[in-house]
Design a protein around this ligand. Structure first.
Ligand code: GLN
Length: 504
């Protein structure tokens, strides 16, 4: 195998899968290169909770043997993928970053994981998150914080912070995350990588440990838009195990041919939601985003201002609904069927209370209490019922905007990566991180975050939102944004160190 070209940490998913399919590189050598980088540098970043060294190498070897026997490998041939640890992996520990599930080993794969495997990807490990995906910084993990590969004193965002950091550090060319109120897009933005939250129902939630079932979606985190589109094509599609999945309608299918000029946006109407550029938006975010919008206009897009008038109540609505659903979904972790049990000599209720108090962290407990309160008799109409009504208004805001424009463009996060510890004891300030992302989940629409390559010194994400099932349009705008940015995608200091490690 010594004639093989070494695998570098800046390779795309497309390059790896092509090279493995063509036999230029073995899946095993690619997998080992990424595992070596994780071994060398992840103790600085903390992006993985479990690295499946033996399982990954064995799986890669099987792919190599199949190829040697004449099989044509799938679209993700030999591509190492990091999977957020709230997605079930058969035989591999799945903790949701909760002490309560420290030793939970699922007996099945989530649909997205089995689709990765069917496409011949190699699952290399499980990434850190805020416990049960509740947070915006990955500091709410019951095990460890994850650090931002661009600045190790800062957060990677959350809750899919481990997945975004792993890609930004060069530990995996692609990862899966989940997004309930921004958890794919915000960490992607803060780590300088691409993240997609698909249309609600586009990707199966079977085997995703539920946080808020009416909002949760699984999506890819990658270096560039083409890789995100490739991963998305593998994981998307109806699933008999999730009745909320649907196929896109024909009119909303692919609309940019691969040969078209990627930076030509003539005929496309792009809306800039006024409310997503508040006066308080710091310049380190607003300037690169505005520069990107100017470039889209220069490429022929018809750019106009639009309004989403209920944006100011999105956070309150999101936190009532998400917490209400969480309080119900997390009731299953009662230490009877699921969860580490603290033995107790009196009754079973006391056992459950003790186990949940010991196993669940403070943010999860706060949310269960808030959600239980919002759903309780006498308060249901005032909180839960009201939030459902506001959700309809938020959805209607987007519908009327999309009567006039094809897509919306805005920042992904109101802040660049913030210092570790700076918000974790102030839940409201943490919740405000979701102001530009939660509405897309409430409305069920897709949204893509793509790095602004000229942001400096910390990454900034450009968010592109569209009507339901318009993922292909978002990819088209995201590709144009990439093409129009003269600079190549900058690499995080940890990814550079990964590359040096390969050379030495
Ligand atoms: N930050 C949001 C929250 O804490 C979103 C989390 C998510 O999307 N999983 O709920």
């Amino acid at each position: 195998m010594s004639s093989q070209r070494a695998s570098t940490p800046d390779e795309s998913v497309r390059e790896i899968s092509r090279a493995v399919r063509d036999g230029e590189r073995s899946a095993e050598s690619v997998t080992r290169a990424y595992l070596d980088r994780i071994d060398a540098l992840d103790d600085r970043v903390g992006s993985f909770l479990t690295v499946d060294r033996d399982g990954a190498v064995e799986y890669a070897r099987k792919l190599d043997r199949r190829r040697e026997a004449g099989a044509t490998l799938g679209p993700l041939a030999g591509v190492p993928v990091a999977v957020k640890d709230n997605l079930c992996t058969n035989g591999l520990r799945t903790t949701c970053a909760s002490r309560l599930l420290e030793s939970f080993v699922p007996p099945y794969d989530a649909t997205v994981v089995s689709r990765l495997r069917d496409a011949d990807a190699v699952v290399i490990g499980k990434t850190n998150l805020d416990e049960f995906a509740m947070g915006s910084s990955t500091e709410n993990s019951g095990f460890q914080p994850t650090r931002n590969p661009w600045d190790l004193e800062r957060v990677p965002g959350g809750s899919s912070g481990g997945s975004a950091a792993a890609v930004a550090a060069g530990f995996a060319p692609a990862a899966l995350g989940s997004d309930t109120g921004g958890s794919i897009r915000q960490p992607a933005a803060l780590c300088g990588v691409v993240g997609l939250k698909p249309t609600y129902g586009r990707v199966s939630r079977y085997g995703l440990v539920a946080f808020a079932s009416s909002l949760d979606q699984v999506g890819p985190i990658t270096y560039d838009v083409d890789d995100a589109a490739l991963l998305f094509s593998v994981i998307a599609g109806p699933d008999p195990h999730d009745d909320t999945t649907a196929a896109p309608t024909a009119t909303n299918g692919s609309e940019s041919s691969p040969d078209a000029d990627r930076s030509d946006l003539h005929g496309l109407r792009i809306g800039i939601p006024r409310e997503y550029f508040p006066d308080s938006l710091p310049e380190d975010v607003s300037l690169p985003v505005r520069a990107a919008i100017d470039r889209l206009r220069g490429a022929g897009a018809d750019v106009r201002e639009v309004t989403l008038p209920h944006t100011n109540v999105a956070i309150a609505t999101y936190y009532v609904l998400a917490n209400s659903e969480a309080s119900s979904n997390l009731a299953r972790f009662d230490a009877v069927r699921y969860g580490r049990r603290i033995e107790h000599d009196s009754d079973s209720l006391a056992m459950m209370a003790k186990s949940r108090s010991a196993g669940l962290g403070p943010e999860v407990q706060r949310r269960i209490m808030l959600g239980t309160f919002a759903l309780s008799a006498g308060y249901y109409d005032a909180y839960y019922g009201k939030a459902l009504a506001v959700r309809d208004r938020l959805r209607a805001d987007f519908e009327s905007a999309f009567d006039d424009v094809d897509a919306l463009v805005a920042p992904t996060s109101p802040l660049v990566a913030f210092p570790l510890g700076s918000k974790v004891s102030d839940p409201v300030s943490m919740y405000l991180c979701d102001i530009l992302t939660a509405s897309a989940n409430l409305a069920g629409i897709p949204a893509l975050s793509v790095p602004c390559r000229d942001a400096h010194p910390l990454p900034v994400g450009l968010q592109i939102l569209g009507p339901r099932f318009s993922e292909e349009r978002l990819f088209r705008i995201g590709r144009a944004h990439e093409e129009l940015s003269a600079a190549p995608l900058p690499r995080s200091p940890i990814a550079m160190a990964s590359a040096e490690g390969d050379a030495s």
